[in-house]
Write a protein that binds this ligand. Structure first.
Ligand SMILES: [Zn+2]
Length: 270
């Protein structure tokens, strides 16, 4: 049974639930038993009463799942530790990774919307949907999502890949950028590719999408064809970019990302 998201707290707290607990964006995992397992209620021990801003997020195989924060990152007395969510890619069961990503987005949103952005009054949880409402001025805030396009640009059986200054590892990937207010996704694709590498693109077509919970992106992937221009990197965000054939690819991103899915699709079809 897949994960069934929900926001309404069940009328009773079950004896055993799965807890997606975060501290500064790091996820709490068990250090005993199955590798990279999510703690159950009984695993939390003395840390259970210390959890703050608990949210019900849904059920996995009928088991209730909660997201919460633990202010104290010192868990040495329990078989638990905090680990970067990203570092669990490939180690943790993929289904759990995406639930943890959803939990991370909701925890971050909850933490950063404790007060009304309009009048500064403390917000309350809305009872009929996942949102926060201000009891003073009625402003409603939904969980924040930041849409971003990610694009595989193709030219004569080659793919355009660039190295972003922010990448921790020296890999090359397809280009991406955040959508601006008032912009269509297609206009964003054209603008980002032009700004980052000075290339014009055409024939933009939808590929797929993926939540990217660091902390709240939604990646919308496209394939586009080269339409003109010479590569000239912007020097600030993209430090190097080039055309690569499928037999001469540089180091590319890890399997789980939609960036990698775009590159794998290119390798299969080029
Ligand atoms: Zn307000």
């Amino acid at each position: 049974m897949p994960f069934k998201p929900d926001f309404k707290l069940p009328s009773f707290e079950p004896a055993s639930a799965l807890w997606f607990v975060f501290n500064k964006g790091k996820l709490l995992i068990k250090t005993t038993g199955e590798p990279c397992a999510i703690p159950e209620t009984s695993d939390l021990g003395r840390h259970k009463p210390a959890l703050i801003r608990k949210q019900y997020i849904g059920a996995l195989d009928g088991r209730f799942c909660f997201a919460a924060e633990l202010p104290d990152e010192n868990t040495q007395d329990a078989p638990l530790k905090f680990q970067e969510l990203r570092s669990l890619f490939g180690l943790m069961e993929e289904n759990l990774i995406w639930i943890a990503g959803r939990a991370n987005q909701l925890v971050y949103w909850n933490q950063t919307h404790q007060y009304c952005g309009g009048c500064g009054w403390p917000t309350e949880d809305k009872t009929d949907e996942r949102a926060k409402i201000c009891p003073q001025c009625s402003l409603i805030n939904y969980p924040r999502l930041s849409p971003a396009v990610i694009v595989a640009v193709l030219k004569n059986n080659q793919i355009l890949l660039g190295r972003n200054r922010r990448f921790k590892l020296p890999f090359y990937s397809v280009l991406a950028g955040f959508v601006e207010p008032g912009e269509t996704l297609e206009a964003c694709v054209k603008r980002e590719i032009r700004e980052e590498v000075g290339i014009a693109v055409k024939n933009i077509r939808y590929f797929g999408s993926q939540p990217w919970p660091f902390p709240n992106s939604l990646m919308i992937a496209f394939v586009a064809d080269y339409a003109g221009g010479e590569i000239s990197t912007d020097g600030s965000e993209i430090v190097d970019a080039a055309w690569f054939s499928k037999n001469s690819l540089p180091q590319i991103p890890p399997k789980i990302s939609i960036a990698r899915q775009l590159i794998d699709w290119f390798v299969q079809t080029a």
